[in-house]
Design a binder for this molecule. Structure first.
Ligand SMILES: CC(C)(COP(=O)(O)OP(=O)(O)OC[C@H]1O[C@@H](n2cnc3c(N)ncnc32)[C@H](O)[C@@H]1OP(=O)(O)O)[C@@H](O)C(=O)NCCC(=O)NCCS
Length: 199
């Protein structure tokens, strides 16, 4: 399969919207529960945030096949979403009516994200590959690109959280050298915190 890996900053607004849809389709996360408007907004902010490391894989026809994104300040991007004033309040109210548990989970996750980072660490926040492109090495390539960028920026380690039942992702992370640092429950989810020491 042919694809190009490009920086998140190179995506146009239409591709950012598509990234939101890809995330919603393939990766269960807090943002998925909050819905498409939050996802699109999250990636718009991430694209413009200089602390963010992000890469995307585009197929031969320009279709998005996968992405990886992370930051040493993972809570910052999420918190900046709330700066959109009226838009944010309307979206929160919308989710509160449709899926109140998601708002509670958001609160729990944001608190947890801000206290678990070690000094010198960068968090890999999201990684996903379209179903049509799985088991061909793309996930590993995106993960390697993220680790290379983290190393080049001088980070001491890469951290991530993964749901304990996500066998595919845990196998991928373990294969490139991540180890479980601790296991914990965050709201409704059992998770592992995994880390890769870079120096
Ligand atoms: C996890 C994910 C990114 C892997 O992407 P991928 O492109 O299929 O992975 P790769 O082809 O690069 O596989 C790399 C390694 O991962 C492991 N792996 C991938 N899929 C696996 C599966 N379904 N079961 C077990 N191991 C798997 C294998 O060890 C593989 O190494 P190998 O080829 O030497 O055996 C993909 O399954 C995905 O997008 N899942 C949904 C989103 C998600 O869970 N993201 C992670 C959230 S923390």
């Amino acid at each position: 399969m042919k694809y190009n890996v490009i920086a998140l900053t190179q995506l146009n607004s239409d591709q950012i919207k598509k990234l939101g849809f890809l995330h919603q389709r393939v990766l269960h996360s807090l943002l998925t529960d909050l819905g498409a408007p939050f996802l699109e907004h999250y990636y718009q902010i991430a694209r413009a945030d200089s602390s963010v490391i992000g890469m995307c894989a585009l197929g031969a026809e320009g279709n998005l096949l996968g992405w990886v994104v992370g930051s040493p300040l993972p809570g910052q991007v999420a918190r900046r979403m709330s700066e959109a004033g009226g838009w944010f309040i309307i979206q929160v109210l919308r989710v509160l009516v449709a899926n109140p548990k998601a708002i509670w989970q958001a609160f729990v996750s944001l608190r947890s994200a801000s206290v678990t980072m070690k000094p010198g660490a960068v968090e890999l926040t999201y990684l996903g590959v379209d179903e049509s492109a799985r088991k061909m090495g793309l996930g590993r390539e995106l993960l390697s690109a993220f680790i290379d960028a983290a190393r080049a920026k001088g980070f001491a380690s890469v951290e991530l959280s993964v749901e304990a039942e996500n066998a595919a992702a845990i196998a991928l992370y373990t294969r490139v050298g991540f180890r479980v640092a601790r296991s914990y429950t965050e709201g409704a989810f059992d998770r592992h915190r995994m880390e890769l020491i870079l120096k």
